[in-house]
Design a protein around this ligand. Structure first.
Ligand SMILES: Cc1cc2nc3c(=O)[nH]c(=O)nc-3n(C[C@H](O)[C@H](O)[C@H](O)COP(=O)(O)OP(=O)(O)OC[C@H]3O[C@@H](n4cnc5c(N)ncnc54)[C@H](O)[C@@H]3O)c2cc1C
Length: 457
């Protein structure tokens, strides 16, 4: 029996393990249901092409995260890229972000966006949902031509039922000067937004990060161990393969809704009902490799309009030329659906129509497609609805009371990046170390976790 059990060997779980070891604590075990570690950060090599579970690009703005990467691998193992992206609407490309780049759109659309911005509901004190939040900060025109259709597509959910609390650093705000200047001429806005620059491994896809972390950690995840039950009274975990293990504390990175259905023996009787209320959409990611040497110089394009089943298409050959076979190009496309409302047959129809539309949009014939890999992300974007806002904190507290620290993107039921996954794992380890290890004996090898911003890397 190990004192601490880590459930899930995605980036958060592996980060917790790594940080335990860095502090000199080794009395833990990691369990993972899949045949390999990595969770969403796995890459697939097929016939000379490398695909991820859709584009996974590293955005580094935390000093500790940068030093973590430099320790487990090296920033030299990554290419550093300045974003080159566009939005495709009204049959033309305009620059991202929409709110600063109206130039090139039809005049009546520009007029609607500026008029909407000038008359936006700036006085609205607390927008009740994302819809109102857009009306407050961007106005009805920008809502109509970008924010509402794009976000309805990516979240597969009603914008009036989504709270604005996820927007944070993900949606850059604007001002009248930027709106007007961006309407009169094409401005360079490549430095705007959290994703203006990104790092990507020179080889091996994003899984390079996981492989490096596995190499830097002595403990090895026990694979093919799918958790099915956690008895918090007897402190026993049961796996689908029949194995069991005892524990003192758990760090869980499993999807929170599934975790809640697994817990038995808790005095908190509402877990089952809560699991039903937590909403998250799914994404189908279609990857296609083409026998064509040239295809756009962009890294990705956003497709807000309904006529395109996908919300985004990315270009592997521009993200990293070694991701494709020499003389070839490749794309990833992403479309969302809400699992609960979408049958398997409906999903298949959706993906096939998305692939057909993608080829038409790019002007590529079926004969040029040399590779196709569809990947399903059962858990993709958590829905920030009113129920989540009201109950999440208490749910996590109750679980902690039951000895389970639920963390990571789906353990914490949130919208977060790889950087946050590493920091979540570190914080989880720091929370448990004093309990098992005696605070005075912890080796302080890393600075305590703070999300310090760094200006440039
Ligand atoms: C569409 C999409 C695009 C993204 N793009 C980016 C990006 O460009 N840049 C960025 O920084 N971040 C991006 N992210 C976020 C990034 O993927 C996550 O922050 C990160 O992968 C979260 O890691 P995790 O370990 O918390 O979760 P996961 O990767 O989900 O790991 C959880 C692990 O638990 C295991 N598990 C689940 N159930 C069980 C069970 N019952 N028993 C045992 N094991 C189990 C899973 O197999 C998995 O290995 C993106 C996410 C999505 C969905």
């Amino acid at each position: 029996m190990a004192n601490v059990v880590i459930l899930g060997a995605g980036l958060t779980g592996l980060s917790a393990a790594y940080h335990f070891e860095q502090a000199g604590f080794t009395d833990f075990e990691i369990f993972e249901m899949n045949e390999e570690a990595g969770g969403l950060l796995r890459s697939f090599m097929i016939d000379g092409f490398t695909f991820d579970y859709t584009g996974h690009l590293l955005h580094i703005n935390d000093e500790y995260f940068a030093s973590f990467i430099n320790t487990i691998t090296s920033l030299d193992a990554f290419i550093k890229v300045t974003r080159n992206t566009a939005i495709y609407s009204h049959d033309r490309f305009t620059d991202y972000p929409f709110q600063m780049n109206l130039f090139g759109l039809p005049y009546d659309v520009i007029y609607e966006c500026i008029e909407g911005y000038v008359n936006r509901r700036a006085g609205l004190r607390t927008p009740k949902n994302f819809y109102e939040w857009v009306l407050k900060y961007f106005g009805a025109g920008m809502g109509k031509h970008f924010f509402f259709p794009y976000n309805s597509k990516i979240l597969a959910y009603d914008m009036r039922k989504v709270l604005p609390s996820w927007t944070g650093r993900f949606v850059p705000k604007t001002n009248l000067e930027a709106v007007l200047k961006g309407a009169f001429e094409q401005k360079d806005t490549s430095n705007i937004g959290y994703n203006s620059q990104f790092f990507y491994p020179k080889t091996g896809g994003i899984q390079h990060l996981i492989k490096s972390l596995e190499r830097a950690t002595k403990a090895k995840p026990r694979l093919h161990h799918k958790v099915v039950e956690i008895d918090v009274k007897s402190k026993t975990i049961t796996f689908a393969n029949g194995a069991t293990t005892r524990y003192e504390s758990i760090i869980s990175t499993l999807p929170l809704n599934e975790l809640l259905t697994m817990v038995k023996g808790s005095s908190h009787r509402s877990y089952g009902a809560a699991a039903e209320k937590l909403l998250c959409n799914s994404v189908v990611n279609f990857n296609l490799g083409f026998n064509r040497p040239k295809l756009t110089d962009r890294h990705w394009t956003y497709y807000p309009e309904k006529q395109y089943p996908f919300y985004r298409m990315g270009f592997w050959h521009n993200i990293n030329p070694t991701s494709v076979k020499p003389g070839h190009t490749a794309i990833y496309g992403e479309l969302s659906y809400l699992g609960k409302n979408t049958s398997k047959a409906a999903r298949t129809t959706l993906v096939e129509s998305a692939v057909a539309k993608a080829l038409t949009v790019l002007g590529i014939s079926e004969q040029e497609v040399v590779v196709r890999k569809d990947l399903h992300l059962t858990y993709a974007y958590v829905i920030y609805d009113a129920w989540r806002e009201k109950h999440l904190e208490n749910l996590l507290k109750n679980l902690a009371h039951d000895g389970i620290l639920s963390t990571g993107r789906y353990g914490g039921w949130k919208y977060s990046s790889m950087q946050e996954a590493v920091i979540d794992g570190k914080i989880a380890s720091e929370n448990l170390l004093p309990k098992f290890f005696g605070a005075q004996t912890i080796k302080q090898q890393t600075p305590p976790t703070t999300a310090k911003q760094i200006n440039a890397l």
